[in-house]
Design a protein around this ligand. Structure first.
Ligand SMILES: NC(=O)c1ccc[n+]([C@@H]2O[C@H](COP(=O)([O-])OP(=O)(O)OC[C@H]3O[C@@H](n4cnc5c(N)ncnc54)[C@H](OP(=O)(O)O)[C@@H]3O)[C@@H](O)[C@H]2O)c1
Length: 324
């Protein structure tokens, strides 16, 4: 039986990945700072369903402790820790966003270094937002360009901390994740927008939207374990990104909303200020393609956004995207 340990696995990605692998008969351990549902937990957002094969183990994400024995002999250690970036980038939040990614990365690296039978593979989350705002051409691992703003700097520091940890017996992959689509996560606010008639294009609608279906993310993790020569950085995004305009049209089509009011740039800026978020999350053009994954022979199940959204909507309760 295989074993996967997921640090920060109580969120959207971790819950979905844990469910996928536990369903395939893998032993899954989630490292969490608070057991979801318990009084003392103020952090965890989504609890994994009570599936056989998923165990929650407490850690503080700051110090080595009893939890380290869970990584002994594991096949994969996945690190998904990080404070949500869906907040205002105040000085305090910036520091928390950086620390919540770098500190657990260094801690997991130290645990691997101390382990006599370390995990075969360590996958650390990174983000496709590491590339610049690109309206002219797609960005990939080989020729992609970065820029000097906060979100790019977060990803760079996160990856630097990861690759700085020397783990000679554990292969390392930084997965630059595009916006991951599944039941829950980022689609929730989009479903709310279409529900209230606001599902038109956002800003110019020309900014590119790189996405990946959560099932493909899980399949990529399994693929990385099998392909023992794969290490370094990989873009975890579907090979067919779309514009924001097409993205919104696709969501409307599959949720049965035939029109939606556009949200102009000034509205998004105002809305983000009121909601305590950053307009960049919607307005940045993320045009990212998975050159290295495709070259490795990985075949995506969902290359078309149309198929991906159709599949997700079919598994989502009607009331999430309709008022009545
Ligand atoms: N979802 C996407 O589309 C996407 C795209 C690109 C990159 N990513 C990155 O992938 C990771 C997981 O994404 P997600 O959508 O699953 O996020 P999420 O739902 O917000 O979950 C993040 C997890 O990180 C843990 N965490 C939060 N603050 C922490 C801290 N200070 N120290 C240690 N752990 C902390 C939490 O676990 P506990 O509270 O249980 O400890 C939480 O379950 C994030 O780092 C995110 O930036 C996600």
């Amino acid at each position: 039986m295989k074993k996967i340990v997921i640090a920060g696995g109580t969120g959207f990605l971790g819950t979905s990945i844990a469910t996928y692998f536990a369903g395939a008969g893998t032993e899954v351990v989630i490292l969490t700072r608070g057991v979801p549902g318990e009084k003392n937990n103020t952090n965890a957002t989504e609890a994994p369903p009570p599936l056989a094969g998923i165990r929650l183990v407490l850690w503080d994400a700051l110090t080595l402790g009893d939890w380290t024995k869970e990584i002994y002999g594991a096949d994969i250690l996945i690190n998904l820790c990080g404070k949500t970036v869906n907040c205002r980038y105040t000085r305090k939040n910036r520091q928390a966003i950086i620390n919540s990614r770098i500190v657990p990365t260094q801690l997991l690296g130290a645990a691997i270094q101390n382990c006599t039978r370390p995990p075969k593979l360590w996958i650390n989350a990174s983000s496709a937002t590491i590339y610049r705002h690109a309206m002219d051409k797609p960005q990939d691992e080989l020729t992609g360009e970065t820029e000097d703003n906060f979100s790019v700097q977060v990803c760079k520091q996160w990856e630097e901390a990861f690759f700085r940890m020397r783990t000679p017996f554990t292969r390392k992959v930084a997965l630059r994740m595009a916006i991951t689509l599944g039941s829950g996560g980022i689609l929730k606010p989009y479903f709310n927008l279409v529900k209230w008639g606001l599902g038109g294009r956002q800003g110019s609608g020309k900014q590119m939207y790189s996405w990946v279906h959560i099932e493909d993310t899980c399949r990529i993790i399994a693929w990385l374990l099998e392909q023992k020569e794969m290490e370094g950085v990989y873009n975890c995004s579907s090979p067919e990104p779309v514009s924001n305009d097409i993205f919104m049209k696709t969501i409307r089509k599959h949720t049965g909303h035939f029109c939606g009011l556009p949200l102009f740039t000034w509205m998004l800026k105002l809305g983000a200020a009121i909601a305590g978020s950053e307009p960049e999350l919607v307005l940045k053009s993320r045009w990212v393609v998975p050159t290295k994954l495709t070259a490795s022979g990985f075949a995506f199940k969902y290359t078309s956004l149309d198929d991906a959204v159709q599949n997700i909507v079919a598994n989502t309760a009607h009331k999430q995207y309709h008022l009545f």
